[in-house]
Design a protein around this ligand. Structure first.
Ligand SMILES: [Zn+2]
Length: 309
């Protein structure tokens, strides 16, 4: 089993006090429709100044795909998957939703973390997240990925187009965001749920009515006792190799950063074939009764440990 290649970087059961075991999942987030990546306040895209690449240090602007946004979408996706899988195996509904009604008892809450906001209830411990996100940076500079659309208002009375209301900035289709999702002291089941979630999540639009479609392709996986590479380093490395965006390229970059690790002897970079098999295996694990029951039992045990029982 290819998933077992990562067993040294996974734990048997989730624990409140965590160790160093880390799995980094490297993925390409490819925009499939005009996508608005902005903060709430402005209509402008989030951009940041970065070097062009590892070898070319002149400054360019890139679009930033905030980690908080990736996390919010994928947390909801996992919750929906767990709710439907739970109903299918007769567990009953899952009463857990963002952002103020987290149950703190389901596998999503155990992995993504959560704060108890119900002040009327007895003191319930918070859960610290064990899945980590970082801001992803567009592979190509801002000028090459941005589009601006002017939108008009229609006058309801005479159906004539009114004066221009403003401009909407979006990222054009085929824009690529190299990205990393990191699991810390996660279980095999949590790795499987995370891989399934990354494959299933497709809508990341800030304005849900328009666009926001994205596809995640997992191109690399590394295990270790630390994070070996950051999303910005990944983008800068890939820009130099943008004519060969493949699993081989991702693996070569991870191997390069392995040499810079604090514990390089503990780092395992999966080969492209191993990555594909691992992802396929995770996708093919059905969320049947036993898997779901065990995943919930893990969370129950975690909560008991927090109470010191
Ligand atoms: Zn929950």
């Amino acid at each position: 089993m290819s998933l077992s290649l990562l067993k040294d970087y996974l734990v048997d059961t989730p624990q409140p006090i965590i160790g160093a075991k880390t799995v980094q999942i490297v993925l390409f987030r490819e925009v499939l429709d005009y996508t608005v990546l902005r903060t709430e306040e402005t209509r402008e895209l989030n951009t940041v100044v970065t070097p062009l690449s590892i070898s070319q240090t002149d400054d360019v602007r890139r679009v930033a795909f905030l980690g908080t946004k990736q996390k919010a979408v994928e947390s909801r996706e996992m919750e929906r998957m767990l709710r439907t899988a739970g109903e299918a195996v007769g567990r009953g509904g899952l009463d857990c939703y963002l952002k103020d009604n987290l149950c703190l008892a389901c596998p999503r809450c155990a992995l993504f973390g959560g704060t108890n906001v119900d002040s009327s209830s007895e003191k319930i411990a918070n859960i610290k997240h064990r899945i980590e996100y970082g801001t992803a940076f567009s592979l190509l500079p801002f000028e090459e990925v941005e589009t601006a659309t002017t939108f008009n208002a229609i006058n309801d009375q005479n159906q004539k187009t009114g004066q221009a209301l403003g401009t909407r900035y979006a990222v054009r289709p085929a824009t690529l965001f190299p990205s990393i999702v990191t699991l810390k002291s996660a279980t095999l089941r949590e790795l499987v749920l995370t891989l399934k979630t990354l494959l299933a999540a497709k809508n990341y639009g800030a304005e849900t009515r328009i666009g926001g479609d994205l596809r995640n392709t997992i191109v690399g996986i590394a295990g270790g006792w630390e994070e070996i590479i950051t999303p910005l380093e990944l983008t800068l490395e890939l820009f130099d190799k943008k004519d060969d965006l493949s699993g081989e390229t991702a693996a070569a970059i991870l191997q390069k950063y392995k040499a810079y690790a604090g514990n390089p002897q503990q780092v395992k970079v999966l080969s492209p074939v191993e990555v594909d098999k691992t992802v396929e295996e995770a996708a093919n694990i059905a969320l049947y009764k036993e898997f779901i029951a065990n995943a919930y039992a893990d969370v129950e045990e975690y909560r008991k440990q927090q109470k010191g029982k």
